[in-house]
Design a protein around this ligand. Structure first.
Ligand code: NAP
Length: 286
């Protein structure tokens, strides 16, 4: 761990709860490897204390922080500048201090994209199906737009939320929303299938967003991406692997969104391998 001196600069993560966060572990491992004089701390901040906490961060000279649930949207009015990608997603996950105040962006789409970009595929004929219409699904849509997917379909369980989700985008790209019952018809055409719901997350590890019959309808060679990283693999990814599909878990997204944030704060290149190894070891995956 970094030796803390009178000059050590502070970074952190805010959320409520925060005790489960893997970010302090991966960021402090990276900072130690970089020899950067920063320390990254967890801050449990209740929603009603957010404004006061951010003012406190200004007062103590915190350099930057990550944001997790439930503050990703409510932080936005407290920032002096918000990047285009964060405005499109409607949420901020990374904040840093400037002379004008706090600036924010969202590195989740970049994190989501990293494993897909490394496949060096042409996505221009691809159809993406995204399960869920919450905060993470928004970063996934931004990522799929960036990839250049031909069609982007969102599947959700609440008609009103789906409609609001659909309306919230400047839809110059082909975004379509569907009730969950439509899923069996979409599956045979999906090239990329993303689980952006918590279905199957530990401790409910026996759950999957797909029934066995639905999994049987998957296109050969489908790329399935579960944003969940515990368990690893999830039942959803197991179903896809068993049928010859390509499975991507949420750990790389977590690592890459963190690496992008650390680069913003330190302005240095970031040891992504160290972050990956630290988390894999912690999760018993090595
Ligand atoms: P969220 O904002 O609460 O959204 C969850 C979405 O899942 C909502 O659309 C919700 O539907 C839907 N959903 C929940 N339970 C469902 C069920 N039983 N059946 C059908 N739909 C259901 O959460 P989020 O922040 O988007 O996170 C979603 C998942 O992504 C979580 O597992 C989270 O851990 C993961 N995640 C991973 C990373 C990473 O770096 N790997 C980053 C962010 C999030 P309603 O809107 O109808 O309630």
């Amino acid at each position: 761990m970094t030796r803390i001196t009178g000059k050590t600069k502070l970074l952190g993560v805010i959320g409520h709860p925060i005790a489960h966060s893997l970010s302090p572990l991966m960021h402090n491992a990276a900072l130690a490897e970089m020899g950067a004089d920063f320390v990254y701390l967890p801050f449990a901040i209740a929603p009603e204390d957010l404004e006061q906490a951010i003012a406190g961060f200004s007062a103590i000279g915190l350099r930057g922080f990550s944001i997790t649930l439930p503050h990703k949207q409510t932080i936005m009015p407290l920032l002096s500048e918000i990047s285009e990608v964060a405005q499109a997603i409607g949420a901020v996950n990374t904040v840093w201090r400037t002379e004008q105040g706090w600036s924010g962006t969202n590195t989740d789409a970049e994190g989501f994209l990293a494993p897909l970009r490394s496949m060096h595929r042409d996505w221009s004929q691809s159809m993406a199906v995204i399960l869920g219409n919450g905060g993470a699904a928004r970063a996934v849509v931004a990522g799929c737009v960036e990839l250049g997917c031909a069609e982007i379909h969102i599947v959700g369980r609440d008609a009103q939320k789906l409609e609001a989700f659909s309306q919230s985008w400047n839809c110059s790209f082909g975004l379509q929303v569907h009730a969950w019952e439509t899923l069996p018809d979409l599956l045979p055409r999906a090239d990329l299938l993303v689980n952006a719901t918590p279905i199957g997350m530990s401790p409910h590890i026996e759950k999957s967003p797909l029934t066995s019959a639905e999994a049987d309808r998957l296109k050969a060679g489908v790329i399935a991406y579960d944003l969940i990283y515990t368990p690893n693999p999830t039942r959803f990814l197991q179903q896809v692997s068993d049928r010859g599909g390509v499975a991507i878990d949420g750990l790389e997204m977590l690592i890459q969104q963190g690496a992008a944030a650390l680069k913003i704060w330190t302005q240095q290149s970031v040891p992504v391998d160290t972050m990956r190894q630290t988390l894999r070891q912690h999760l018993g995956l090595n």
